[in-house]
Design a binder for this molecule. Structure first.
Ligand code: ADP
Ligand code: MG
Length: 649
């Protein structure tokens, strides 16, 4: 692996940290099998003219219907004494060629019609799609038969017939995709930049529908080959003495009892060709879906994989309770990584904090600093693959959450610990009423009747200040404003009286007045229900509103933690200082607001020493070497810096 490793390290796929398309594909064994089988068939077909085969059309009545393994005839002969092996290889070539050509023709015309109809809409759409509808109004095998009847039997005509009847399939599919794209902002932006329709179609629309076209092609080729074989079987395709797989099957049909090999051999070949193409097509579809790329071809598991040295965390089991002090949640040295290809992204790199009863702890940092991954790790919600927890301990009520199995985590999620996401439109189900969704959250953890759950849902909606809660419970998410939807998410999170609420940027999607209302509400509910709150945000202004203590994250580590007022008034870490300086203040237009120069380091290549050193105006040589510890400044305030601000002159 060493030599290969160094050469492939230079390929672009590897540099981006994702496994290369080829490796992903090879990991999907069925698709790789399909590709290998199809490759073998294609190679043999290409080599057919060069192989020492008998003439596929030469008849030899003296040697009729020889069984396979006969002398000179490996697969025997048919009813006219023709060599089956030779006819099979030539016929497979014809079938593949006709099937692929028909698919290409159908894909070309169908996609063009779909793109034009979807992009231009209006009258063009009406005319084109009604034409397609007319084609679809006939049972398509009848239509194919009618077309061949009109054009006359023959392979080329069969090809056209199959291509024509498949055009609607491509046109409908591609029109749907284009329709969605044509309304998107990047198309609008291209139009505003003065691009012509043709150029937009070629450079903006086509690249986006191309994966769909390729997927549709790869999944229909097999089907088209079957259809061509069907027409030949009925005597409408290949004409004697030419053969394709369908006509061979048709000729063998009359001899099925006396000489089964004459029809079974082409039948098996059709099966192998179509199966290998379909397996390959499925593999290509998986490959072209970028969401599957970073997670290999596996779907995420229900909980994050935990791989840690149990001995490092004595008592870290689901059994015996562990002493935990008076905190609701105690996190020690949490480490979560993403593995992509050979790169390891240390998104959370040794995070420790605790939250006391009824306390609100803020987790602040730039985008990408690891706040969300920290929060998701607590409840095992990081997708595996590519994520996994490689170390640490998360104690809640004396139990180590990282030691729980899937069932234990499920019982905890939404019950003792609840999560509020950033975007309430994507987390609420669009097809259920909000009352139903809250009632479901209650009933999945408590054995209460639907009626009682609904009544509690209404009380919860009332508690989060939804006006006319009893009536609004029957509303669907799209009927509510953004602020109301976020209140619904909060009501859902509160459904089972959680001890811990995790809110991941719950107000980022809201405007300032609604944000203020939601913050006030969260603060009140925390007081009323006695829940503790882990509040994630990138906004120091918000922190000062609701948080008792604040932890500042940078490149996967906490660099400063302390009481909110203390950190805001006298930030000790240069990063905290710069972050606070970035917050605009009302009524101080002249205040200097400096962006922090440079960018956060990539978490797959962290520098030694302080991760902020490269951007820090006070950095010196000692900052760039060795491990820098989180040192206590006083009982409640700690900082990961060798020259804390305001302490050393
Ligand atoms: P934020 O602080 O903005 O919430 P995140 O915790 O979401 O940041 O991300 C921390 C790091 O983890 C980032 O570098 C991000 O690219 C990486 N990351 C997050 N989720 C995934 C994922 N599913 N696959 C790969 N990398 C991820
Ligand atoms: Mg985030």
């Amino acid at each position: 692996m060493t030599a290969a490793g160094t050469t492939t390290a230079l390929s672009p796929a590897r540099r981006s940290g994702r496994p290369s398309a080829f490796r992903l594909f090879a990991r999907n064994q069925l698709a790789a099998f399909g590709a290998a089988l199809l490759g073998l068939i294609v190679v043999v077909v290409i080599l057919t003219p060069a192989l020492p085969l008998l003439d596929p059309a030469a008849t030899d009545p003296a040697n009729r219907l020889l069984r396979p393994l006969a002398e000179n005839h490996l697969l025997g002969t048919d009813h006219l004494g023709r060599d089956i092996l030779s006819r099979l290889l030539w016929g497979t070539g014809v079938s593949l060629l006709v099937g692929l050509s028909a698919t290409s023709v159908a894909a070309l015309f169908g996609s063009a019609i779909g793109i034009l109809a979807g992009y231009f809409g209006g009258r063009a759409d009406t005319v084109l799609m009604r034409g397609i509808d007319m084609l679809m109004a006939f049972p398509y095998i009848l239509l194919a038969l009618a077309i061949v009847a009109a054009l006359g039997p023959g392979l080329l005509n069969a090809l056209f017939a199959i291509a024509i009847v498949n055009i609607p399939f491509f046109a409908r599919n591609i029109r749907g995709v284009t329709l969605g794209l044509a309304r998107r902002e990047f198309i609008e932006a291209a139009r505003l930049s003065g691009k012509s329709d043709l150029s937009i179609l070629l450079t903006e629309v086509l690249p986006n529908v191309l994966p769909v076209i390729v997927i549709t092609v790869s999944t229909t080729v097999g089907w088209m080959i079957l259809e061509t074989a069907g027409l030949s079987f009925l005597g409408l395709g290949a004409q004697p003495p030419d053969a394709d797989l369908g006509s061979m099957l048709g000729e063998g049909r009359k001899l099925l009892i006396t000489a089964p090999h004459v029809s079974v051999i082409p039948g098996v070949m059709i099966f192998l060709v179509v199966m290998s193409i379909n397996l390959l097509g499925d593999g290509i579809r998986d490959l072209l879906d970028p969401r599957l790329k970073s997670g290999a071809l596996a779907r995420p598991a229900p909980m994050t994989e935990v791989v840690r040295q149990e001995t490092d965390y004595p008592g870290a089991s689901t059994e015996g309770a562990v002493a935990q002090g008076d905190s609701v949640l105690a996190v020690t040295d949490l480490q979560t990584q993403f593995r992509m290809g050979d790169d390891v992204y240390r998104a959370v790199n040794g995070v420790s904090f605790d939250i006391r009863p009824q306390e609100c702890l803020g987790l602040v940092g730039e985008s990408g600093s690891g706040k969300s991954v920290t929060a998701l790790s607590l409840l095992g919600l990081v997708a595996t693959p590519p994520g996994r927890i490689v170390g640490g301990q998360v104690l809640m009520q004396g139990k180590d959450l990282l030691g729980l199995d899937a069932a234990g985590l499920r019982a905890l999620r939404g019950d003792r610990a609840a999560y509020i996401f950033q975007d309430p439109l994507t987390t609420l189900h669009p097809l259920f009423t909000i009352g139903d969704q809250i009632a479901e959250a209650i009933r999945s953890h408590r054995p209460v009747s639907y009626k009682d759950a609904w009544a509690r849902a209404v009380r919860l909606l009332d508690a989060v200040r939804i006006p006319n809660a009893a009536g609004r419970a029957s509303a669907y998410p799209h009927e509510l404003s953004g602020g109301m939807r976020q209140r619904v998410s909060i009501a859902m999170a509160l459904a089972n009286d959680p001890a811990l609420l995790i809110a991941d940027e719950p107000t980022t999607a809201l405007d300032v007045t609604v944000q203020a209302q939601v913050l006030k509400l969260l603060d009140q509910l925390r007081g009323d229900s006695g829940a503790s709150l882990l509040f994630i945000t990138h906004d120091f202004g918000v922190v000062s509103e609701v948080c008792h203590r604040v932890a500042v994250m940078y490149a996967g580590r906490i660099v400063e933690i302390g009481p909110t007022e203390q950190v805001l008034d006298a930030p000790a870490h240069p990063y905290t200082e710069r972050l606070i300086a970035c917050v605009p203040r009302l009524g101080e237009p002249g205040r200097r607001m400096e962006a922090i120069p440079g960018l956060p380091p990539a978490v797959n290549a962290l520098p030694p020493g302080c991760a902020f050193a490269a951007r820090c105006p006070h950095a010196e040589a000692a900052c760039r070497e060795g491990e820098i510890a989180l040192d206590a400044l006083d009982v409640a305030h700690a900082v990961r810096c060798i020259k804390p601000r305001g302490r050393l002159a």
